[in-house]
Design a protein around this ligand. Structure first.
Ligand SMILES: O=C(O)CCC(=O)C(=O)O
Ligand SMILES: [Fe+2]
Length: 308
């Protein structure tokens, strides 16, 4: 029997796609179209293991309520504490490089916004198209707030609720291009911007569509999933230092998100911490500006500008 070749009805071509490890080209495509699909990024072993780790939780999680989440959809967060394998997806080096390219210009450090496993069951109608950035009240258009990464755990097809993406809709109207059904298989990945119009598709098949959304946001925003409650110090202590930083155990310079004036990673240390003195954590240019202002003030020249 010939090997099974996936059929993608959506018109998303992979023939001229950049090679799977070329972050710069994928970044360009993401910024141009508002989304991109990278094929074959993960091994089957890894996705199979993750699916097995999460099976019982999917089983026991009740259906969602509400017109956004969908009454025939199951969702749960905190995936990093439910499977040690999830870190490989959340900290995938090429994904992080692409995210840095989108969000890096607007923040000191980006952060994990959420991990959410989700299953769209037969009978679920289409989710209203939306832009995920609209969860934040700030002005839109000058910067990207968020990058979404959708990892399929089952095939995603038009019939079973594949994510519907409106190409080139980032920060404009829906655009002229017809919507694309992000048809994928486990191991593939869909990236789309927080400003890209999209929604979960309708499932008219006879089996659930399963996957996981991982999103990253500017480090100075309130994350969608309250990372510090989902991964309190006793949980985050078991994480790699890089993962702990990504979920929020780091400051966003200058001094944002501190604990007693220190990096919150002090809570992950073995020894109990108390009576800490506050210590600035600043970017070099912030440090320089403050030093100059203090020097000027000491010299009797009072700067009319407040410290940045
Ligand atoms: O399930 C999907 O394909 C998309 C879900 C989504 O956009 C959301 O929940 O914000
Ligand atoms: Fe969404």
């Amino acid at each position: 029997m010939p090997p099974e070749v996936p059929q993608y009805a959506s018109g998303v071509t992979t023939l001229d796609a950049p090679s799977a490890c070329d972050a710069a080209l994928w970044l360009q495509r993401l910024q141009q179209d508002g989304y991109c699909i990278i094929r074959g990024l993960l091994s089957r072993d890894l996705t199979d293991g993750l699916i097995a780790d999460l099976a019982e939780r999917f089983e026991r999680t009740p259906f969602c309520e509400g017109d956004f989440y969908g009454g025939r959809t199951k969702r749960f967060g905190g995936v990093l504490k439910r499977s040690a394998r999830a870190e490989a997806l959340v900290r995938h080096p090429m994904i992080l490089e692409i995210v840095q390219g989108v969000l890096g210009p607007y923040c000191d450090r980006f952060q994990l916004n959420l991990t959410q496993a989700l299953q769209i069951y037969p009978g679920q109608d289409a989710q209203p198209p939306h832009r995920d950035q609209d969860m934040w009240g700030g002005a839109k258009g000058a910067m990207e707030y968020l990058v979404n990464v959708m990892w399929p755990f089952s095939p995603y097809r038009r019939e079973n609720g594949a994510t519907v993406i409106y190409p080139q809709s980032h920060n404009t109207g829906p655009g002229d291009a017809p919507p694309v059904f992000a048809e994928m298989d486990p191991g593939d990945v869909l990236l789309f911007l927080g400003s890209t119009l999209h929604g979960g598709g309708a499932n008219i098949s006879d089996a659930p569509r399963s996957g996981m959304i991982v999103s990253y946001s500017l480090g100075w925003l309130k994350p969608y999933e309250n990372q510090w409650l989902v991964y309190p110090p006793e949980v985050a202590r078991a994480f790699s230092p890089a993962l702990a930083r990504l979920v929020g155990y780091q400051q966003h310079r200058p001094n944002l998100g501190n604990y007693e004036g220190r990096c919150p990673s002090v809570l992950l240390e073995d020894a109990p911490v108390d009576f800490l003195g506050a210590v600035d954590e600043l970017l070099p240019h912030q440090q320089e500006a403050l030093r100059a202002k203090r020097a000027a003030m000491r010299g009797g020249v009072v700067s009319p500008q407040p410290a940045e």
